[in-house]
Design a protein around this ligand. Structure first.
Ligand SMILES: Nc1ncnc2c1ncn2[C@@H]1O[C@H](COP(=O)(O)OP(=O)(O)OP(=O)(O)O)[C@@H](O)[C@H]1O
Length: 262
């Protein structure tokens, strides 16, 4: 079978949320998504709609309330951690990372699933690390400590670590928080290039709907506890963006794909 349209990550009848004792709090329900090889998909929705909860559940970091997540054809919960780490990498913004590490050391952490117990890097590991640093244009900063990086450079270093991990699927939660428009656009442009040129399957959450409308192959819109996946064009035509915010305050112009304040 050709790789074209190959589904790398999918979910069926997935409900995500939290348990409070016996009580189940469902945040997003009945999510049936499929992420294709070589595509950038962005997940959008208002604050608190459940983007991070869904992303963490898709990454296997949080148990679903019901339904399942498949990584290729295997239920993610059945995969051994080491095997999973060779197929799926996750970039979480709030994750603790020692900023005393240099960029090179941080990116090298991406090779952990492949190194032996001594953590010694092989020639192949080094090739992956340098390729990741090149793809994210961090050559000039590779010996710089992470605490001396700008937010945008640090995000690129985190993406480089995921690239060094050499997984087919990369999930990112809010990779452009705190960045200005130029740097937000450059991160999404980088993700799109990686998805297309390296045939990675990338899912990222974002608050910048207008920006990602123009840069994503597909989008996943979380609204009122449901997830809708489609192309930016079809979603625009469907009228879903008009419904995201209270319509007495914010409207959406389908022609230029821009929100406006009434
Ligand atoms: N650990 C938790 N226990 C219980 N409820 C939680 C927990 N984490 C998040 N929630 C709730 O789940 C809902 C969805 O939160 P989540 O962080 O997934 O939304 P989000 O779309 O990523 O939000 P934002 O855009 O503000 O980052 C919120 O109502 C939140 O309060």
């Amino acid at each position: 079978m050709s790789d074209f349209n190959k589904i790398l990550l999918s979910s069926s009848k997935l409900s995500v949320g939290y348990k409070n004792g016996q009580e189940k709090i469902i945040i997003v329900e009945d999510v049936n998504l499929s992420l294709k090889k070589g595509t950038l998909t962005t997940m959008v929705g208002i604050n608190g709609s459940g983007k991070s909860t869904l992303l963490r559940t898709l990454a296997g970091l949080q148990n679903p309330i019901s339904g399942e997540v498949l990584l290729e054809k295997s239920p993610i919960k059945t995969l051994d951690a080491e095997i999973k780490a060779k197929q799926l990498s996750v970039v979480l913004t709030g994750q603790y990372i020692s900023k005393n590490l240099t960029v090179l050391e941080l990116v090298a952490l991406g090779r952990q699933p492949y190194t032996n117990w001594l953590g010694k890097l092989s020639e192949e590991d080094k090739v992956h690390i340098l390729n990741a640093i090149n793809a994210t244009e961090l050559e000039a900063l590779k010996n710089t400590a992470c605490h001396a990086l700008s937010d945008g450079q640090f995000q690129r270093a985190l993406i480089a670590r995921a690239l060094a991990q050499n997984t087919e699927v990369i999930l990112l939660d809010e990779p452009t928080t705190h960045l200005d428009l130029h740097h937000k656009a450059s991160i999404f442009s980088l993700l799109k290039t990686i998805a297309h040129e390296q045939q990675k399957t990338i899912l990222s959450t974002s608050h910048d709907i207008e920006l990602v409308l123009g840069m994503s192959d597909e989008m996943l819109v979380i609204h009122n506890g449901k997830a809708t996946q489609d192309t930016p064009k079809n979603l625009t035509e469907s009228g879903i963006f008009e419904q995201l915010f209270p319509d007495n305050i914010i409207g959406f112009n389908k022609e230029n794909q821009r929100f406006f304040i009434r």
